[in-house]
Design a protein around this ligand. Structure first.
Ligand SMILES: *Cc1c(COP(=O)(O)O)cnc(C)c1O
Length: 433
């Protein structure tokens, strides 16, 4: 399989180069030259397949022969080694729980797959690969955990001091080994700017092999298709495919779902559920794509004003907005609606949503009012405990902490403090080689 840059100014590459580069030299996102079709047999008899076998069938065509089959099997098995259950909340609304992985968010799937691929590619290289990433919360934990003890890969994570939740901070800072946490005296935007400056530094990039682990990397994007198939495996009413609601920020997750649908997976409709950062729902309503400055909300992983993966969605639909609208609708949900939904679903159905899941739930309810009789699924993208500071005052109860997290919270934080100065970052990178 070849990948082309959506900016069309860089040469086509294979999966390995697309993963190692992250982004094409012309700053475009990589996109597969064809969208493979899964077998009819898989769709018809999916209950008979193991999750590992499903994942292998879905991902193999995207890799071609860059990773031997036995190695890929091992990578896939380690990627999906936790439960992804479909749970019923009401007769018409189900939750696909994507938060049973090690850092309690769906980003574990992409991060685990990508880290293992990069580990394989680094094996034959004499040089170490350094993964550099800035995080506002969830990405850092998933990346740290995914890359922990992967040979040949060093990971440097920048996070804004005092601006991530305590659970998130412990997930970044307690691993040690090849994971280095830089606690930056600054904002997330400053962290991201420092990372961008370093990637653009030609001299430094001659000395150090740097790569990014952000969500536009094909090795994070493509495996996110897996759990849409696991949803179908657990879906009872096969004659009536689900409406799938995805809480969306950078639109990587929903873009993977749309890709799975194009590959033959039966999904009736997609709903992009956004908080007030609603550039894409706005586009679907007006036909006008207008990036906005991000506004902070209680579903903070979706505070994105110019979603990177939107260009991939347009490419899937050959730039035909009318075609896209036949499959995708968007909703804008306020923090007030998110809080109300979180409380009412807990009181009425004894199901505790996290704020991102609550955005999705409210969007699906609105859709169902306009389309009576439809059955839908929300993707529950994070465990509520990650947002206990928002949730506990709302429901007046403590959110139980899973044992794995409790253990991590007790561990000692290991971070290096730096100021928001790119020279300090460069020194760290050069000296820690
Ligand atoms: C990252 C994240 C999202 C947004 O996913 P995208 O792929 O960026 O649209 C939603 N919910 C949670 C909990 C997240 O961490």
């Amino acid at each position: 399989m070849k990948y082309y840059s959506l900016n069309k100014q860089s040469p086509d590459v294979n999966f390995e180069a697309a993963t190692v580069l992250g982004q094409a030299p012309d700053k475009g996102l990589y996109f597969p030259e064809t969208i493979p079709q899964v077998s009819k047999e898989l769709i018809k008899n999916i209950e008979n397949y193991s999750n590992e076998a499903i994942a292998l069938e879905v991902i193999s065509p995207y890799l071609g022969d860059v990773i031997p089959k036995d190695v890929l099997e091992k990578i896939v098995n380690e990627t999906v080694n936790f439960d992804i259950p479909l749970v019923s909340i009401t007769d018409d609304i189900f939750s696909l729980e994507l938060f049973h992985g090690p850092t309690l968010a769906f980003k574990d799937v992409g991060a685990r797959f990508m880290s293992r691929c990069l580990g394989y590619f680094a094996k034959d290289s004499k040089e170490k690969i350094t993964v550099l990433v800035a995080t506002s919360g969830d990405t850092g934990g998933a990346v740290a955990n995914g890359f922990y003890q992967v040979d040949g890969v060093e990971v440097v994570i920048l996070y804004p001091s005092g601006k991530v939740s305590s659970v998130q901070e412990k997930q970044l800072t307690t691993l040690g080994n090849n994971i280095h946490a830089l606690e930056v005296d600054g904002t997330f935007d400053e962290c991201q700017q420092m990372v961008k400056t370093v990637f653009a530094d030609v001299e430094l990039n001659k000395k150090i092999k740097l790569t990014s682990a952000n969500s536009i990397n094909v090795a994070r994007w493509l495996p996110q298709q897996f759990y849409y198939f696991y949803l179908w495996k657990q879906w009872q009413d096969k004659n009536n495919p689900p409406v799938v609601t995805v809480p969306s920020g950078n639109f990587g997750n929903i873009c993977a779902g749309l890709l799975a649908q194009q590959s033959g997976l039966p999904i009736k409709h997609f709903i992009a559920a956004c908080n007030v950062n609603d550039t894409v729902p706005d586009f679907l309503r007006t036909g006008n794509y207008q990036p906005k400055k991000a506004v902070p909300t209680i579903s903070n992983a979706m505070d994105v004003g110019d979603p990177s993966n939107f260009v991939r969605i347009m490419e899937i639909f050959h730039q035909q907005t009318d075609e896209l609208k036949k499959t995708l609708v968007g909703y804008t949900i306020t923090d007030g609606q998110t809080r109300e939904t979180l409380v009412s679903v807990f009181q009425d159905h004894n199901y505790l949503l996290d704020p991102h899941g609550a955005v999705a739930y409210h969007a699906l309810q609105q859709y169902q009012m306009q389309h009576p009789g439809t059955k839908g699924v929300i993707l529950e993208t994070a465990h509520p405990v990650k947002f206990y500071d928002v949730i506990e005052p709302l429901i007046g109860e403590t959110v139980p902490v899973p044992e794995t997290v409790a253990e991590q919270i007790r561990k000692e934080k290991l971070s290096t403090k730096i100021s928001a100065d790119v020279n300090e970052l460069k020194n760290f990178l050069v000296n820690s080689r």
